[in-house]
Design a protein around this ligand. Structure first.
Ligand code: HEM
Length: 204
């Protein structure tokens, strides 16, 4: 097991972060191209909305998994966490823009939906949480904010929960997939809770 983990860690050390940015960015234009050329079926706008939304949620979840992976398995992928988080934001942005510009199309209806359709309000709240995170995902902000940076970045937890709730809410009836996403989110958040102190051994 530890040989396998060492191999992953040494492989990860060799991969520059720009490669991760590039790999994660490529599906955005590619899916858009597929939508334009008929590769996403008869309802390309809906399909695009779904693809971007689901990839956004997956990336938020992968970002959440990085710390438990190190804590419980020794797999060190921390250097990719910023790229994963930033790209999750861009998927949410793409998801939002497809919905607002290509699907809904008018500002009044976009605004109406945001304030009246609760699953969209929740998605929007998740999106808004991600904005200060992406704006401070640079070395200068980390230095400038000091310990406040860590506190601010706890907003990730709220953003991913809101994303998960948004998904559960928007599907009709009870469906397994969004519930599974939520279970993974809650499981990963539970793993981040500080470990309980060991109870002191009773004196004989
Ligand atoms: C953290 C932010 C967000 C995440 C993680 C997220 C994620 C998702 C996911 C996973 C889906 C379902 C995709 C599928 O069917 O496979 C979805 C659908 C959708 N989302 Fe979001 N979303 C977010 C924010 C937003 C925002 C800001 C809006 C608009 C203001 C929005 C509007 C929608 C709409 C309209 C649908 C499709 C509903 C339908 O099936 O008709 N989402 N989103």
């Amino acid at each position: 097991m530890s040989g396998f983990v060492d191999r992953i860690n040494s492989g990860a050390r060799k991969v520059p972060t720009w490669v991760i940015y590039l790999l994660l960015a490529l599906p955005i234009p590619y899916l858009f191209y597929l939508g334009l050329t008929g590769g996403l079926g008869r309802e390309p706008i809906k399909a695009l909305e779904h693809e971007y939304g689901e990839l956004a949620l997956k990336l938020l979840i992968v970002g959440l998994a990085i710390t438990p992976l190190r804590r419980y398995f020794g797999v060190t992928l921390i250097k990719f966490r910023r790229a994963i988080g930033v790209m999750a934001f861009f998927y949410v942005l793409a998801h939002f823009l497809v919905w607002a510009i290509l699907d809904v199309q008018t500002f009044d209806r976009v605004w109406d939906d945001i304030i009246k359709r609760l699953y969209i309000t929740v998605g929007m709240a998740g999106f808004l949480c991600l904005i200060p995170l992406v704006a401070t995902s640079n070395n200068w902000s980390v230095r400038k904010l000091g310990p406040k940076w860590r506190k601010l970045h706890r907003l990730t937890y709220l953003a991913v929960i809101l994303g998960g709730v948004h998904y559960i809410w928007l599907v009709k009836g009870i469906q397994l997939e969004p519930l599974l996403y939520m279970a993974v989110i809650l499981g990963l958040l539970a793993l981040r809770l500080p470990k309980n102190k060991q109870p002191q051994a009773r004196r004989a």
